[in-house]
Design a protein around this ligand. Structure first.
Ligand code: ATP
Length: 376
């Protein structure tokens, strides 16, 4: 239940109480791995809040800064010209203590002392766990995706993905030039611990002859055959894309062993290349600047409308929201990581909705993978 008042918000407490509070100051933080577009979100938050007469403070280094009271004042001018900058002007950190009661107590005290009425937390699934904890402890919090992996199942898109993808394409195109000159195969490992979106889409976009992701079984001998056949037809260069999350039977990165086997079985000189963090920085693309701006604006309006414990998502080109716990549990369902009891708090129809959404994602990946195979 929520009611709307101009300049006021109504917050549901865990006990079911309703607090009527005037909204004067919100905090914004970036947490977990950085992603291009985080600055554009910060700018959108500050500008939207300012127009509504609400002050924004920047919380430095994610939840660490929230526990330490490490803040920076932000206003319309101080966020000028950051829309084009990669990284995050508020910096980021992994703050283990925030998962403990002592860390939460520190954060709540800091919020009280600094009159912070609500928080917008930008990051990945870990960041959203922190956001839901804050919401449940009485600080209205909205989560917003900032991660290059596009690995939040509830949303079609996470801020940072497009910029990272374009960086991958740029690197692989360069590697391809050398492979073509020397008649080589390059096996490229890209980020994505749990999700193969980067490897799959970059594989399609760079004309890979093989794509190895966790979500779809990989037929290595069929790929070896493709390379042998293409080589016989005159092709000189080959690209194979591997997601970092894929490991061999000994738990080692799959791409390293694969490189040796390609060379042994095809006679094509092969090299392994891990792109790692090189794809995470840089000026955000149009797609990321737009997504960041629209989502940042939406997040502030949600907070001012009295909403809390939600994550801002994009589905079918529209901005939508999910309850954070729903989104986190959907994610576990999709990644087959559900533990006993995880579904207990959800109704039958919510669980059904999760199953449908998880299946939509699985089908999307399978369809894209099949399309990629047709193009190899
Ligand atoms: P990325 O996808 O880039 O790794 P992330 O948001 O998932 O981003 P994490 O390091 O998992 O990155 O989480 C960021 C921060 O969120 C943690 O350092 C911690 O402060 C907070 N956090 C993570 N899990 C929890 C939790 N269960 N409860 C409270 N806070 C948490």
């Amino acid at each position: 239940m929520f009611l709307l008042y101009t300049g006021f918000t109504v917050v549901n407490c865990p006990e079911g109480m309703v607090i009527y509070m005037e909204f004067k100051k919100i905090g914004v933080l970036t947490s977990g791995g950085d992603a291009p577009g985080m600055n554009a979100v910060i700018r959108a938050v500050v500008r939207t809040a300012g127009k509504a007469g609400v002050e924004t403070v920047g919380i430095m280094e994610g939840y660490q800064g929230l526990m330490d009271g490490n803040f920076v004042e932000l206003n319309s001018e101080s966020v000028s010209n950051i829309i084009s900058k990669g990284g995050t002007m508020l910096y980021t950190a992994r703050a283990a203590e925030f998962k403990e009661k002592s860390g939460m107590d520190k954060a709540l005290k800091v919020c009280r002392e600094n009159n912070i009425d609500g928080i917008i937390a930008i990051g990945g699934d870990g960041t959203f766990r922190g956001a839901t904890e804050l919401s449940e402890n009485g600080i209205p919090t909205i989560g917003l995706t900032g991660t290059i992996d596009n690995d939040i199942t509830a949303t079609d898109y996470t801020v940072g993905f497009d910029t990272a993808m374009n960086a991958v394409i740029d690197c692989v195109d360069r590697l391809r030039d050398t492979c073509e000159s020397h008649a080589r195969c390059i096996v490229v490992e890209v980020m994505g611990r749990d999700a193969g979106y980067i490897a799959l889409q970059a594989g399609i976009a760079t004309g890979a002859i093989g794509i190895v992701i966790k979500e779809v079984p990989f037929d290595e001998s069929a790929m070896i055959e493709r390379i042998i056949k293409s080589k016989a037809e005159g092709r000189r260069s080959f690209v194979v894309m591997v997601a970092e999350g894929v490991k061999d039977a000994e738990g080692k990165p799959y791409g390293e062993g694969l490189t040796l086997r390609i060379e042994q079985n095809t006679g094509v000189e092969s090299r392994f290349n891990r792109l790692a963090h090189i794809i995470r920085g840089g000026s955000p693309t149009l797609r990321d600047r737009l997504a960041a701006s629209m989502m940042g604006e939406a997040a502030v309006k949600l907070l001012l409308d009295g909403k809390s414990n939600l994550v801002v998502c994009e589905r079918n080109a529209k901005i939508v929201t999910f309850e954070i716990n729903f989104a986190l549990t959907l994610d576990k369902m999709y990644k087959n990581k559900l533990k006993p009891g995880d579904l207990d708090r959800f109704s039958h129809s919510e669980i059904k909705d999760m199953e449908v959404l998880a299946e939509i994602r699985r089908q999307e990946i399978r369809d894209m993978y099949n399309a990629a195979l047709s193009l190899m």
